[in-house]
Design a protein around this ligand. Structure first.
Ligand code: PAF
Length: 282
């Protein structure tokens, strides 16, 4: 399985395998791979001649030093999982130096306001860090198609906006959320939960499903109040936000409008571990 730790060798390899109409599918990750990541890789394998997976814990998108320090780093296990899936997948696992060349800093982006909602409010600088790394990786890999999970729906919209504003020649493909048997959205951070916490965290998706039901007949404010109550009565959870927002602009819903597609978004702490999830309310 081809594995590269530096961009120069990766670019040389990609140039050598590229043919006139061949396509490159790209799955950017921060490692600690789970079934959700593997499903993105499967989709890329089915739709492209070559698939590149990057594994890089990007420091500039963390606004919390403890979260960055504790983020799981499991490169050996990750490469094994990829090899088991398909040994043709090309892995790029760069060092910080290979990416940032001595200057670990984010570029400043304007995502037309998408960056100021939800995750952007609670994680200042996060989306500048995401934009910076995704743009750098796109420049290195030159993918035809890039695959992102819908769990990070705001990130997906922001990456689409960046591609549009910078005229980048890559198709951004949003993929279904993968869930554990109890409904908890798969996330690398789930590894940090104890077994009972992981079981109890099922309440996040159950609440989203009920919120979706209630949204059929209730106002945005009523549904939001109900969700706030659910988490107040479950003290192991600390609800950071629950929002109902327009999928396009990510602006919070006050009055329901028939022409908009709404989506619910949630961020919850369990024992200092931050989990997010989302559901379409259509
Ligand atoms: O979603 C992630 O894992 C990260 O934000 C990404 C897109 C790999 C950028 O570091």
């Amino acid at each position: 399985m081809p594995i590269f730790y530096g961009k120069a060798a990766l670019i040389e390899f990609l140039n050598s395998v590229k043919t006139l109409n061949s396509t490159i599918g790209f799955v950017p990750t921060m490692g600690a791979l789970h079934q959700g990541h593997l499903s993105l890789m499967q989709q890329s394998l089915a739709e492209n001649n070559n698939t590149v997976v990057s594994i890089f814990v990007n420091p500039t998108q963390f606004n919390n030093a403890e979260d960055l320090e504790k983020y799981p780093r499991t490169l050996d296990k990750d490469t094994q999982k990829i090899a088991d899936l398909n040994s043709d997948i090309i892995i790029y696992a760069p060092s910080i130096e290979d990416i940032y060349e001595g200057k670990i800093a984010s570029q400043d982006f304007d995502f037309d306001g998408l960056e100021n909602q939800m995750e952007g409010k609670f994680r200042p600088g996060h989306f500048n860090g995401v934009g910076t790394i995704v743009k750098k990786l796109f420049e290195i890999v030159s993918p035809t198609n890039a695959y992102f999970g819908q769990k990070d729906f705001q990130q997906l919209q922001i990456v689409k906006k960046m591609v549009l504003k910078n005229n980048l020649a890559v198709n951004i493909i949003g993929c279904e959320i993968f869930r554990e048997a109890n409904g908890l959205a798969m996330s690398s951070r789930n590894e940090r939960l104890s077994a009972p916490e992981r079981e109890k965290a099922a309440i996040i998706y159950q609440t989203l499903l009920e919120a979706k039901e209630k949204f059929k007949t209730q106002s945005c404010a009523e549904v939001k109040n109900w969700v706030n109550q659910v988490f107040k009565s479950n003290p192991i959870f600390d609800l950071e936000y629950f929002e109902i927002a327009d999928e396009e602009t990510l602006i919070s819903c006050n009055e329901k409008s028939k022409d908009k597609n709404y989506r619910a978004f949630i961020a919850v702490f369990v024992n200092n571990i931050r989990l997010i999830d989302t559901i379409s309310l259509k």
